[in-house]
Design a protein around this ligand. Structure first.
Ligand code: P6P
Length: 336
């Protein structure tokens, strides 16, 4: 008889394996899991109550905000503000980061960056959406409040990252730097249960994921690589929710691309709370994540919270092939 292992049990068991672990990160991961359960409850019934639709306001990236975005953002703040382990939160939905007050005179050791509801444009049509999170140990003094420098850290400094996908089932996938594990929410007991142990991305796969509608706006080398994927009869799958497109590739192999375009010369996706956490997960599962200049995403130096980046991530063999196209058609590429 298989005994389920809940997320909480797994996190605590893993903490015991690391003598340096003091429990703060454990508590933080559990708080994120709790917030995800609350968000899941609302995502699953959004159609039944008046929480669908959009506010007539824009977020820090100039995108119209769906009501559920704000709900998810507020829930994450509520849970993390009282966790005692988190000194502040930065979010796609907020222009600036939110510093949290100290507890018992001490500020938390960590800061969290989130995209509270990735793919929110899909909410009203019942297509999968997600939550993305990244956790850094603060570089500021523990007796001082969080500062912007605590958030503007390279992806290589992440101590944990992950995502929740609200789809046909709700799955939380995370890593603390020792592999990737997935937990499926069992609504009958309200617990995330270990369902995907030690996820390893396939070396290559049958999918490529890109918004083909922008094909003519991509640089030549990206168009040539997309042509190559099509010539290989790879299957195009693109949902418009990065979490869902990456989730497929993590399990079945493939490559996800959001190259730079004339509208987004630096790329559309945000480095700190979309590209970095998902690149961390992809690399921890054995994959690769670079930008169209062939630079490793996790090594990019952030200059501001909502900084954008082009991104290509997925199966290692396919990323290496894509690099060959860039070097052949764009020889002056930085990371080549
Ligand atoms: P486009 C969702 O808004 C998002 O930030 C990612 O989740 C997704 O991959 C991308 O934007 C979709 O953008 O331009 O293809 O609609």
């Amino acid at each position: 008889m298989y005994r389920i292992e809940t997320l909480d049990e797994f996190i605590i068991k893993r903490q015991k394996n690391f003598s340096t672990a003091t429990g703060e990160l454990t508590g933080l991961l559990r708080d994120i899991g709790l917030a995800a359960k609350i968000v899941n409850r609302e995502v699953n019934k959004a159609g039944l109550i008046n929480i669908l639709g959009k506010f007539d306001k824009e977020n820090a990236s100039g995108e119209q905000v769906a009501k559920l975005d704000i709900y998810a953002n507020d829930k994450l703040i509520d849970f993390l503000k009282t966790s005692g382990e988190c000194a502040g939160l930065a979010s796609e939905e907020l222009e600036d980061f939110v510093p949290f007050p100290p507890r018992n005179g001490k500020y938390g050791k960590y800061v969290v960056l989130v995209d509270p509801l990735d793919g929110s444009s899909n909410i009203d049509v019942n297509v999968s959406v997600g939550t993305i999170f990244g956790i850094y140990r603060r570089i500021g003094k523990e007796d001082e409040p969080a500062s912007l420098d605590d958030f503007l850290q390279k992806g290589t400094e992440l101590v944990a990252a992950g995502y929740v996908i609200y789809g046909t089932s709700t799955i939380l996938v995370y890593s603390t730097g020792n592999g990737v594990n997935g937990f499926t929410l069992d609504p009958s007991i309200g617990e995330f249960c270990l369902s995907h142990r030690d996820i390893k991305i396939p070396q290559e796969g049958p999918y490529y994921s890109v918004n083909q509608g922008y094909y003519l706006k991509f640089d030549l080398e990206m168009r040539r690589y997309i042509d190559y994927c099509s010539d290989l009869n790879l299957r195009l799958r693109y949902i418009g929710t990065m979490v869902a497109d990456i989730h497929r590739i993590l399990f079945q192999g493939g490559v996800f691309m959001y190259p730079n375009t004339r509208k987004y010369p630096q790329g559309k996706l945000r480095l700190l709370y979309e590209c970095n956490p998902l690149s961390y997960i992809v690399e921890q599962s054995g994959g690769k994540a670079i930008n169209t200049r062939l630079e490793r995403i996790l090594e990019l130096s952030p200059e501001e919270l909502h900084q954008r980046s082009s991104v290509i991530m997925g199966s290692p063999k396919m990323i290496d092939e894509m690099k060959e196209f860039v070097l052949r058609y764009a020889p002056d590429t930085v990371g080549g």
